[in-house]
Design a protein around this ligand. Sequence first.
Ligand code: 5GP
Length: 182
Amino acid sequence: MMTGKLYVLSGPSGVGKGTLREHALNDKPNLKYSVSCTTRQPREGEIDGVEYRFISHDTFRDYISRGLFLEYAHVHEDYYGTLKQDVMTQLEAGNNVLLEIDVQGALQVKAKMPEAVLVFVAPPSAEILEQRLRGRHTESEEALKVRLANAMKELAMKDEYDYVIVNDDLDSACEELRKIIS
Ligand code: 5GP
């Protein structure tokens, strides 16, 4: 018996998804974040099991072949995936679950669990997104270009989502997400 609701948050890198997610999680004690697996290297300050479970390509492939992922995708040159077990355990316990995943993953979730609520966070404009992404200084120029190209592809898919939040003002974007989740 699944009782909780599944929410999926997507949007291009640099759009402020992470901040929105933090606000939503602080605001709703029964909303649980599902920590994804990834093959990418941890960034400075990231802790295994907190931001992500950092796993090797071999382990990732093993999880795929054992059917452990609810969804997974190749994003910006690395693999990212959500463990089925994590999500189901929380939903069955009556908690709501929040995933922060890319568009390919979100569509896989919707296909498997049509009751999932898909929320897309969009930037006010492509120019503003680029400025924000550059301002983070977390990526090399090369990685930044990959992320920007990917952002444009993601933006083109936003109509597949149940809700689109334009993040031009953080407080109102948080409020919009809060309303969707309650
Ligand atoms: P980052 O490397 O900047 O943390 O994340 C890169 C992208 O991967 C983001 O768009 C993020 O939403 C996406 N992502 C993170 N975890 C997952 C996951 O489990 N599955 C999928 N499909 N995408 C993910």
